[in-house]
Design a protein around this ligand. Structure first.
Ligand code: ADP
Length: 513
């Protein structure tokens, strides 16, 4: 019997053991649930953390200076936080006990600003979009000494930190200087204008002391005006080339197209003007001459009060004036403006000490056109051997080719009349091919003639430029100019042909049977 009792008791025990095990499991689960719930309750009840910006760290006291909103506070750091990993400018989470609990790294968003000047290796002077200047500390990632004046940065002006260099390819392109190589000798027909430019710019550049002694303000720049394709850009580049020869080092040439700057950076133009001058000053400070070239200047610096664009009138012109006046002490920076419509440029831009030397660059007359042709059509090119035989020399053959082209371009008879033009003041005028001629057109004629000669020599084996090639070039260039002309508005026409004394009312092509 006792055996039976024992067996029963064993059974009971194992039953109880199983129950006990189940209960233990249930208890463990419940405990875990309670812990989870507790954590959730803690989370819900936790006071919100504050976020601040680390201004400076003080390892001796294990404290940091933090900017919270506009308040600066000194706070202890939680013992489990790696003090040495804290970097000025980074964001910090501050818990309810006013202890720094966590480092959140650097912010990834902020205000865009332009560096005006690098101050030592940990600070910069920068201008933000609204025109305010700030002195900013460089946060960790920027302390490599690679920032330059004119760079864009992302910053938090309130906290006083610059965080990142922002590379905007469009702006970088705009500010990337070229080192041009155009000698004055490559420019045709503009000797007089070149002499004026050299007087205005090179003299004060090479002899600033004389200007000072005679109490003369050297001009900060010049304005070249006249129809498109007449060599304004070429002259500006030649100025830069000449200055580099005089300084026996490179000269930087920063070229800005008015409408491009205006359209690409709507609302930001004035900041970019500032950036342009800042970059120029930075380049020039190492005694390197810098030429800033504003092409189609009237688009940017329009007379104020014309109501065309309030942005242009109210912000951009004053910005340019301030920058130009600020160049006073910088003898190495020259501003060259180019325009087809100088009448539209704000007169303040053209006052003494600014762009006070104005040089007119017109369409070439026959003599000037001849000179331009000689820059492109030279006796060392392959010239038709028959033509050389007839004319006696390569020089004489080239001379004949040029004269033939000029005969066609400068003819003024009824058969070659192109357009009848009526001005708003009632006057009539007839336009001939010579009213469309420009240096660019002549360069184009010679290029087309050369291509035609190459094609012929491939097709027939006969080499060398002929009169037919050159005249073909003339016809093609003229056709192109006419096509262009037929799609332009009367206003643009006035600009292209350089009419004065009245606005163009309409233009009628003259039909020849
Ligand atoms: P602009 O600035 O007046 O519109 P550019 O100086 O850009 O004109 O001229 C365009 C091109 O035409 C030049 O690159 C050059 O090839 C040619 N060209 C224009 N004017 C002349 C000139 N006077 N002598 C030689 N080439 C010229």
């Amino acid at each position: 019997m006792p055996d039976q009792n024992t067996a029963q008791l064993r059974l009971q025990i194992s039953g109880l053991e199983e129950k006990n095990g189940n209960l233990t499991d249930a208890l463990i689960r419940a405990r875990k649930q309670i812990i989870d719930l507790q954590a959730e309750v803690d989370m819900i009840n936790r006071p919100p953390s504050t976020i601040g910006v680390l201004v400076s760290a003080h390892p001796l006291t294990l404290e940091v200076e933090v900017l919270i909103g506009s308040r600066r506070m000194r706070l202890p750091v939680a013992p489990d936080l790696d003090f040495t990993a804290l970097s000025p400018g980074s964001l910090l989470r501050i818990d309810e006990r006013q202890t720094v609990a966590q480092s959140l790294g650097f912010p990834r968003e902020g205000t865009l600003a332009t560096v005006l000047e690098v101050l030592g290796n940990d600070r910069v002077l920068a201008a933000s979009n609204n025109g305010a200047d700030h002195i900013l500390h460089l946060a960790g990632p920027l302390r490599h000494g690679t920032l330059r004046a004119g760079d864009n940065i992302m910053c938090d002006p309130r906290a006083g930190f610059a965080y990142e260099r922002i590379v905007r390819t469009d702006v970088e392109d705009l500010l990337t200087p070229e080192v041009p190589d155009v000698p004055y000798s490559a420019i045709g027909g503009l000797d007089e204008q070149i002499a004026q430019v050299r007087d205005a710019i090179e003299l004060p550049f090479t002899h600033p002391e004389l200007f000072r002694r005679y109490d003369l303000r050297p001009p900060r720049g010049i304005l070249l005006y006249g129809p498109p394709g007449s060599g304004k850009t070429l002259i500006a580049k030649a100025v830069a080339t000449a200055l580099s020869a005089e300084h026996s080092q490179k000269t930087y040439f920063i070229s800005i197209k008015g409408p491009e700057l205006l359209n690409k950076f709507v609302g930001e133009t004035e900041r970019h003007i500032r950036a342009i001058f800042t970059r120029a000053r930075a380049l020039a400070s190492s005694d390197v001459p810098v030429v800033i070239f504003f092409d189609e200047m009237e688009a940017l610096f329009r007379t104020r009060g014309t109501g065309i664009s309030s942005d242009v009138e109210t912000m951009i012109v004053p910005q340019l004036l301030a920058e130009m006046d600020g160049l006073e002490a910088m003898e190495n920076v020259v501003v060259i403006g180019a325009s087809n419509r100088p009448d539209m440029i704000d007169p303040a831009v053209l006052r003494p000490g600014r762009l006070d030397v104005r040089i007119r660059i017109d369409r070439p007359n026959r003599r000037q056109a001849h000179d331009i042709f000689t820059k492109y059509l030279t006796p060392d090119l392959p010239i038709s051997p028959e033509l050389i035989a007839v004319e006696g020399s390569a020089e004489a053959a080239v001379e004949l080719l040029i004269e033939r082209a000029l005969d066609r371009l400068y003819v003024r008879d009824s058969a070659s009349a192109l357009f009848e033009i009526r001005l708003t003041n009632g006057q009539f005028d007839i336009l001939y091919p010579s009213d469309l001629v420009s240096g660019a057109m002549i360069a184009g004629i010679v290029e087309r003639a050369k291509k035609a000669a190459i094609k012929d020599s491939l097709a027939t084996g006969e080499s060398g430029l002929t009169t037919a090639h050159v005249l073909k070039g003339v016809e093609e260039e003229m056709r192109e100019s006419l096509e262009l002309a037929s799609t332009t508005t009367p206003e643009e026409w006035a600009r292209t042909v350089g009419l004065r004394g009245g606005e163009v009312a309409n233009i009628t092509p003259i039909q020849h049977d």
